[in-house]
Design a protein around this ligand. Sequence first.
Ligand code: RB5
Length: 158
Amino acid sequence: MSTTRIVIGCDHAAVALKDEIVKELRGSGQQVEDVGTFTGDSVDYPDFAAMVAGLIRSGTADLGIVMCGTGIGVSIAANKLPGIRAALCHDVTTARLARQHNDSNILCMGGRVLGSAVALDIVRTWLSTPFEGGRHLRRIRKIEAIESQACAPEEKGR
Ligand code: RB5
């Protein structure tokens, strides 16, 4: 069985949580690439959201986790990239549904709004829940169609 390659990143507001998650995942034998940030010095969350999303789009990683203070900024930024389905989760229910219904490939969380025990439960649930497919796949195809339309060069002369 192939191992899931996980990439994780965050801004300064979620370093402590990220470090805990990395430790936990590596401790349980998961393959995790940590793209930082590594200190509490102020950085810009879109840079880390883009790094994590880029590694998924290139096929270097299978799933990503990205965090900022609330998780809102990183989710907005990551979702700008075609093919990225970044889900901001606050509990195990949203984490489970973000995989079952949305086939999310990036988990977003807020380091300033979640305790580490809840965040670790969210991570475990999100990583272990499969996509259900079926009607949910049809809806994801529609999201992909929206992306293709938005990215297509403007039709001229109509
Ligand atoms: C940084 O202060 C903060 O704005 C950022 O971590 C995040 O919460 C943005 O959405």
